[in-house]
Design a binder for this molecule. Structure first.
Ligand code: SAM
Length: 294
């Protein structure tokens, strides 16, 4: 590939890189890595290795480290290149930049200077784990890493207890047993959960069980590797039944019982079966009321 073919439009390109299997890189990310004027990476060694695997030559191009510890110093240099009309690609160590990874300040700086910001999507552990968890994917809340101390972790979990969505956390193998124990104690041991480990790698594993069982397993049989914890929403989310009825009445005025149950259960993040039973009853009551007044 020669220099002319390589030319990319100016701008900051955020590219996702594999979270395990090197072949999960996208063709577009390879094109961008091959064509950018300047390459910046959270971990230059791992990006270099990835480029070697995919036979992308670095050539004379600069490969610069940009991470949490040197961001303030390095950002002006990358911004200067962007302002000169160069194309700059940024990759975090693995997965998608800015998802529990650096890149946010750089992207904001580019936006502030009206520099084109381009994303080449690809792997991320959140989405990979979510699709394997067996838990509802209609709504999810990605909470990143929880605090390290148990008291702060418990407070953070308590704040999420009633969120009507699947909760997704990144966690280190060192803290996983304590995190699951705290989650079971704050959210209830019977909540369904999943622990997804070493995704897309040789020892990929997904455990699906209650929080209590996962916590017990992590305590007695500690595992290594990269991990994502996913927790189902509470069974009976604290939504006032009158609020559900009110929304159902409204929906039943415009659609069938089935559609009303779908709409309201999705809007409130509730189990469809429970809402469908309420909708049936409400529809039956109003049909009976209609007959009484005939
Ligand atoms: N930016 C990355 C992404 O898009 O997923 C996440 C970076 S964050 C610093 C690293 C954390 O992501 C790990 O501690 C782990 O919780 C999760 N993770 C990354 N790769 C993983 C994998 N292959 N399997 C399971 N979890 C992974």
């Amino acid at each position: 590939m020669n220099q002319v073919e390589r030319k990319l439009d100016p701008g900051l390109y955020l590219v996702a890189t594999p979270i395990g299997a090197a072949r999960d890189i996208t063709l577009r990310t390879l094109d961008i890595l091959a064509g950018a004027d300047v390459i910046a990476a959270e971990d230059t060694r791992s990006l270099r290795k990835l480029m070697d695997i995919h036979t992308i030559p670095l050539g004379e191009r600069p490969l610069l480290a940009y991470h949490d510890h040197n961001g303030a110093r390095m950002r002006p240099r990358l911004m200067a290149a962007l302002q000169e009309g160069k194309s700059v690609v940024y990759a975090s160590e693995a997965g998608t930049p800015m998802v529990a990874d650096p890149g946010f300040d750089l992207a904001r700086a580019a936006i502030a200077e009206a520099i084109p910001l381009i994303s080449a999507p690809g792997p991320s552990a959140v989405i990979t784990a979510l699709t394997l968890s067996g838990l509802p994917t209609d709504r999810f809340l990605f909470a990143g890493f929880l605090p390290n101390t148990s008291s702060q972790r418990k407070s953070a979990l308590a704040a999420l207890a009633d969120v009507p969505a699947t909760l997704v956390f990144y966690e280190s193998p060192k803290r996983i047993a304590a995190m699951l124990r705290d989650a079971a104690s704050v959210l209830g041991g019977t909540r369904r959960a999943a622990l997804a480990r070493e995704l897309t790698k040789k020892f990929e594993e997904v455990q699906r069980d209650t929080l209590e069982a996962l916590a017990a397993e992590a305590a007695t049989n500690p595992r290594k590797g990269e991990m994502v914890v996913l927790i189902d929403r509470a069974d009976s989310v604290n939504i006032n039944p009158e609020e559900i009825e009110c929304m159902l009445q409204d929906a039943l005025g415009q659609m069938s019982v089935r559609d009303a149950a779908d709409t309201v259960s999705q809007a409130l993040g509730l189990k469809r079966r429970q809402v469908y039973q309420m909708a049936l009853k409400l529809a039956g009551d109003s049909a009976a009321a209609g007959k009484d007044t005939e």
